[in-house]
Write a protein that binds this ligand. Structure first.
Ligand code: GLN
Length: 484
């Protein structure tokens, strides 16, 4: 078969089922496209070619024996903040350069058990802090639609690899928008799961009360296949929810009976006109498909950004205390133990990580705790209540994913606050713990993809995935391919 990598995950699955290709062939085609295109894009930090081909041969043997596994033989990439045995895990940081984790995290292990072939580890902002991959200590990823632009972040490597047809699907993580924002910038479908839905065991912690594992695919069906395989309770993560994972139904042909709320606070001044225009057009399309559209209000939305930038750095400052040059990764030697800590951390952490550690340590310090962290937690409750109230009247919310399309690399270089504003529409879902999905709804005048977001109540990923599937049956934005 020609051009194997242009197939979506579900198309690969049926090509395998019909005997038109093999897992070895798919895996080799994937490795070939990475070898051809990744020098231009830099989506991967580590490609595990030999291991992947070995797994693919095993998958073909299992297929010959009619073993039935949902992802058997399909190549998938993993953001480099999730541990995979026998593959380095750097988190985009020099402080973990060469670190080999001794175990595979639950989400990846479940994909492997479902038969997936793990191709390698994708680029990320250092410890998932950022919105462009420019904070990766190993250099940024380029957006496949325009290589002078960023792919978004922090899961920019995964999003760009799926957009460029290097892999059909990939895992990302979303603490404040890191699956949805790069999905929007790269023109792919990205699902942020409910907090607690997917185990965080083996996910290197950033903001522990916000971190979620998510999936990238070319369409909702592909994202759903990954979601179903990796979700569900895990005794190894105390915050994992003992909630059953529903089967996702893709049979509805329309959206009749679905009530969609459009929060007025998400259409703010300063948003790129084409983003608003295409989002509204897609909302009209959802209406034409039978959904009932209502305006709703989430009155505390404006506090999401300041609340997030207290809570996430506070949790990060505690989580990153473990990188001391003794337990993980490289060490900068010195005579006194304190100097080992100072020098290793001082030399190996990047500027954004140091900034977050300082903000977080300050916010948590005695005397300031109540004024910052305590207060932020209270406002977080108000933001959560906004969603709870809205979901009494509607089944899901529709809004833009990002205020603008992909920006040119370096545009926010000297302005961390401008970078923080990238996530203004995605952060509230993390603070409330609810799921969200970004999917392509058009292009701007520079032919850059535009994504829009749907947000649902806790554990209703099924609603999001089936609604996006219905939309994608009647649109072709998700099928557009960048010309690299
Ligand atoms: N851009 C946000 C941050 O830098 C969110 C990152 C994420 O979701 N991992 O914190």
């Amino acid at each position: 078969m020609s051009n194997l990598t242009s197939l979506s995950l579900t198309e690969m699955q049926s090509a395998l089922a019909k005997g038109e290709t093999s897992s070895v062939e798919l895996t080799q085609a994937t490795l070939d496209s990475i070898a051809n295109l990744d020098p231009k894009l830099h989506t991967f930090l580590h490609v595990a070619g030999k291991q992947a081909l070995h797994q693919a041969r095993q998958a073909d043997e299992e297929r010959a024996q009619k073993v039935n596994k949902p992802l058997l033989g399909l190549p998938i990439a993993i953001k480099d903040v999730l541990t995979v045995e026998n593959m380095p895990c750097t988190c985009g940081s020099k402080i973990l350069e060469g670190f080999m984790p001794p175990f595979t995290g639950t989400a990846v292990r479940r994909l492997q058990e479902a038969g997936a072939i793990i191709i390698g580890k994708t680029n990320t902002d250092e410890f998932a802090m950022g919105s462009s991959t420019e904070n990766s200590a190993y250099g940024r990823t380029n957006n496949p639609w325009d290589v002078r632009r960023v792919p978004g972040g922090s899961s920019g490597g995964s999003a760009a690899a799926v957009a460029a047809r290097l892999v059909p699907a990939a895992l990302g993580t979303d603490t404040g928008g890191s699956v949805r924002q790069p999905a929007a910038f790269c023109g792919v479908t990205g699902l942020k799961t409910t907090y607690g839905r997917v185990s965080r065991y083996g996910l290197v912690a950033f903001g522990s009360s916000l971190d979620t594992v998510g999936a990238f695919g070319r369409n909702a069906k592909d994202a759903a296949a990954i979601f179903s395989a990796m979700s569900g309770h895990d005794a190894l993560d105390a915050t994992s929810a003992p909630v059953a994972v529903p089967e996702i139904k893709f049979d509805p042909r329309d959206l009749r009976g679905l009530r969609i709320g459009v929060p007025k606070e998400y259409f703010i001044k300063g948003i790129q006109p084409e983003v608003e225009e295409k989002t509204r057009a897609a909302i009209d399309q959802l209406k034409a498909l039978g959904a009932e559209i209502r305006e709703v209000s989430l009155p505390h939305t404006e506090y999401a950004l300041p609340v997030y930038y207290i809570i996430a750095p506070a949790e990060a400052s505690a989580n990153l205390a473990r990188y001391d040059g003794v337990r993980y990764g490289p060490r900068v030697d010195a005579n006194a133990l304190w100097d080992v800590y100072f020098k290793t951390r001082g030399q190996k952490f990047g500027a954004e990580v140091e900034r977050r550690i300082m903000i977080g340590t300050y916010a948590l310090s005695a005397g300031y705790y109540d004024a910052y962290y305590g207060q932020a937690q209270k406002v977080r409750t108000l933001l959560t209540r906004d969603f709870e109230l809205a979901f009494k009247d509607v089944d899901m919310l529709a809004c833009p994913t990002t205020p603008s399309t992909a920006f040119v690399a370096g545009a926010h270089e000297n302005d961390p606050l401008a970078m923080y504003l990238e996530d203004v529409f995605t952060l509230p879902a993390n603070l409330a713990g609810v799921p969200g999905i970004s999917f392509p709804v058009g292009f701007d005048n520079n032919h850059l993809p535009i994504g829009m977001q749907l947000i649902a109540p806790h554990f209703r990923e099924d609603l999001l995935l089936s609604a996006v599937h219905v939309y994608q049956q009647s649109s072709d934005w998700h099928t557009k391919t960048p010309n690299i």
